[in-house]
Design a protein around this ligand. Structure first.
Ligand SMILES: O=C(O)CCC(=O)C(=O)O
Ligand SMILES: [Fe+2]
Length: 319
């Protein structure tokens, strides 16, 4: 790679979700994780306990969903006041000030029983595949949060206890599958349009599952966008702005983006990714963990709503 900044790679085998937790291993991994978040804001994690087959299954069913005709997909559209359902192509822009909407479509998943819609008729296994993947991703998130608490010298369960309602009412975490369609030629792309505009995430931590194509880039401290390499079996982990604020800026919520590939053949291929956006429970007060008063305390849900308001503003205009 040309850039001097490397994206750290962390071996999580001592803390994998299919293993009994061991303090020594969590401490060691916690140091590495905090070091990565203090310097780059991103790392790749391997040997985490989520199998390649489990990841392949959700990518496959996602691909089948996105291949459905638009009129079928929009039957499962996300309602305005919900965080569950289909979001159409170009409905959302993560850098709305500088760019047209992102050339992507997505399906947000929240496993609360009252949430609908599901493409049950078209894809009977969709719901169960997402539920299973939600479980795996939330288990890994909790392990990472536990390791982070060690790395930050907090009480070991401190961060885990703030995410007790993961998957239940009172917690806004979301699993999202994304589809960036292939483009026949660069001429058909709008000026300045990208697959995913420059942004930092909102919440506590994010897991990103990429595929062979890679494509994710992170703004590193040398002022350049550095590719986050695709490593077979690895998951990309980063923090959001809420975590940066909580850590009183000790940890970095780095900006990231996905551009169109330069290569004509790659450009014509679709890109898929899956992200698990973890949020603390709605009522948790985010008060600087270092005891400073660098930022005012704010409720986790209030913070999220403030950020969503900014991203979806354009959406409201378009309706
Ligand atoms: O598609 C990706 O690899 C990343 C997407 C992303 O950063 C996001 O949706 O927040
Ligand atoms: Fe992101």
């Amino acid at each position: 790679m040309m850039s001097g900044v490397e994206i750290p790679l962390i071996d999580f085998s001592g803390c994998a979700i299919n293993k009994v937790r061991e303090e020594e291993n969590l401490k060691r991994a916690g140091q590495q994780i905090i070091n990565a978040f203090e310097t780059v804001g991103f790392f790749n994690v391997v040997n985490h306990g989520i199998s390649e087959t489990e990841v392949a299954d959700i990518f496959k069913i996602s691909e089948e969903f996105f291949a459905l005709p638009t009129e079928v997909k929009v039957k499962h559209r996300k309602a305005k006041d919900s965080n569950h359902g289909y979001v159409e192509l170009e409905r959302e822009g993560l850098n709305p000030e500088e760019r047209p909407s992102d050339l992507k479509e997505s399906f947000n998943f929240t496993p609360k029983s009252q949430y609908k819609p599901w493409p049950d008729e078209e894809l009977p296994k969709f719901k169960t595949t997402f539920e299973k993947f939600w479980d795996l991703s939330s288990q890994l998130t909790l392990r990472i949060l536990e390791a982070m608490a060690y790395g930050l010298d907090l009480e070991p369960q401190y961060l885990v206890n703030t995410h007790q309602l993961l998957g239940k009412d009172g917690n806004a975490s979301t699993l999202r599958t994304m589809y960036y369609p292939g483009v026949p030629s660069a001429a058909s792309i709008k000026a300045n349009q990208v697959r995913c505009g420059e942004h930092s995430d909102f919440g506590s931590i994010t897991l990103v599952y990429q595929r062979e194509m890679g494509g994710l880039e992170v703004l590193t401290h040398d002022g350049r966008y550095t590719p986050v390499p695709y490593i077979p079996g690895a998951i990309v982990v980063n923090i959001g702005d809420l975590m940066q604020r909580w850590a009183a800026d000790r940890l970095i919520a780095a900006k990231h983006r996905v551009l169109f590939p330069q290569d004509q053949e790659l450009l014509s291929k679709a890109r898929q990714s899956i992200a698990f956006f973890a949020q603390p429970d709605d009522q948790v007060m985010i008060t600087c963990l270092d005891g400073s008063n660098k930022y005012e305390p704010i409720g986790a849900l209030d913070y999220l709503n403030m950020r969503f308001g900014a991203t979806y503003m354009d959406l409201a205009k378009g309706q």
